[in-house]
Design a protein around this ligand. Sequence first.
Ligand code: CA
Length: 460
Amino acid sequence: MWLQVSFICLSFLTLFYHSQAQDQASLSLSNDPTGRCHYTFTVASPEESSCSGGSTKPEIDGILSRMTLLEALVSRLMAGGDRNAGAEGRGYGEENLLEAHSQVTREKKQLQQDKERLSRQVHELQSTLAELSQEAESLRQRPCQQNHTSGGPQQENGPDSDAFGNDAYQEMKAEVTEFAASHLIPEGNHSLTGCGELLSVGDPVLHRKADSITGKYGVWLQDPEPQGLYYTNTTVWRIDVVGKDVRQLFVYEDMDQFSRGFPMKVLVLPEPLESTGATLYQGSLYYQRRRSRTLIRYDLASESLASQRDLPNAGFHGQHPYSWGGYTDIDLAVDEQGLWAIYSTSKAKGAIVISQLDPKSLEVKKSWETNIRKNTVANAFMLCGRLYTVASYTAPNTTINYMFDTATGVGQATSVPFKNKYGYNSMVDYNHAQRKLYTWDNFHMVTYDVRQGRADHRSS
Ligand code: CA
């Protein structure tokens, strides 16, 4: 009976618990005078909250405690699950954010690099444009010069115009007439290594075309007398001259690699170079430092500045350029007799001055003043101790129009045909080992064979 009662009480109380009623129920038991049991079920009141039936209460309390504990445990588990889920979510989200940030950083870095590269390109193009504009302006100021130079030096107005009177001009014209090619005696029995006068220049042979605007003009050469073992007379050297800070010297193993555009090395010069007058001789590059009359000898083997010296009184940076401009004030040249500088001074009033230089110290050994104005000719080179000038840098068929012999100190007009195949010849230099002229004609790197011989100056 007690067990049944206890079960009923428990069932009811459990039922009440699960319904989560705030008030509690109780079952009262009592005996009447006849000894019979009375069951009384009442809603709990504050004064009577449970059945007073003795031993069931601790059990119910225990169950309630355990359920409370279970509830608390479930609550904690649920809360913990939520927290874990939240943490996992955050972890995944953070990972995504980090990856996105990393990607954005990479893209930003790439964009900055692109921006810097483009800025450099813009800067280079602006420099090139400025140079070309300057050149165009220079050409506009000398509109008709080329029409007059092919037959001999021209008379120009200006402060130096008294250097060449009309008489001198006429005299030269007359000499051109007398000095016909048929009067030249070909080299014939002379040794190929011998020295003679220039008889003729062959057709241009193309070796390489520059593939960027910086190759509009430049200088390219081979050393006629290389020193040491590393560089030989087959090594080819090239400098693109367009730009304000010209320092790169490209080195090619041989003419084949040069023609294919594959340099084996790029040297960086210690001082920037000006114009196309550089030359190579006995293992050194000789050039004029930018905006100065300073000559520099750069030793190719040690890749260092070997000596530097001012060329006394030499005009520079546009004072006495060749007719094409390009700051070609100081033109260095090499021939069978050594190293030369071709330039002008204020004392010479724009006439070409030739100085033979000591190749080690760059000191002037001896100088000659010619009677041809530097800005009336396109370029010049030395051959067997004689200066030769090219009349035009643009005319497809022009001439080598003047020769000055340092052995006699006498200059005279000549008329040896010369072709500017590509229309803008910015460099002409002679290589006595190859017996060729090297030129840079409007992006094109070209050679010409030359023939030498003894000239018969007797009039016919
Ligand atoms: Ca030259």
